[in-house]
Design a protein around this ligand. Structure first.
Ligand code: NI
Length: 129
């Protein structure tokens, strides 16, 4: 990471797993992560932190549940959206997308989800590139 840039395209080309974020770089106490996503994630929240989503390519829908009301935010390429701390969310992408995430180092991708993690999802604090 020292004197060389990280390249989003190169990192995205280096793996195929969906819902398995890679740590592109770190800034202060935050990870900049990139992930390929396809299909449906699990409902979860992050009690201690907001979560920033940037769609690099494709489309991502984020379902939100707050005070018993469910809504959905539709994100297209280069849309930016922040899920506030404590808000239940379930990202999904029927046709697949590449996304960039910004969240504190150590943040678990599945947050407070305590069910069985489906095979197509990696519950991780981010994998190295
Ligand atoms: Ni999340």
């Amino acid at each position: 990471m020292a004197n060389a840039p990280a390249n989003i395209d190169a990192v995205l080309a280096s793996f195929q797993q969906r819902w398995s974020p890679r740590i592109l770089t770190q800034v202060n106490d935050y990870d900049v992560r990139v992930a390929k996503v396809e299909g449906t994630f699990v409902w979860h929240s992050h009690p201690d932190t907001d979560e920033l989503f940037v769609v690099l390519d494709g489309r991502l829908d984020i379902r939100l549940r707050q005070d018993g009301t469910e809504s959905v935010v539709h994100l297209a390429r280069h849309d930016v959206f922040v899920v506030p701390r404590g808000v239940e969310h379930r990202p999904e992408s029927p046709d697949g997308a590449s996304i960039l995430l910004l969240e504190p180092t150590g943040t678990l991708s599945t947050g407070d989800y305590d069910g069985e993690v489906p095979d197509h999802i990696t519950s991780t604090t981010g994998l190295p590139t």
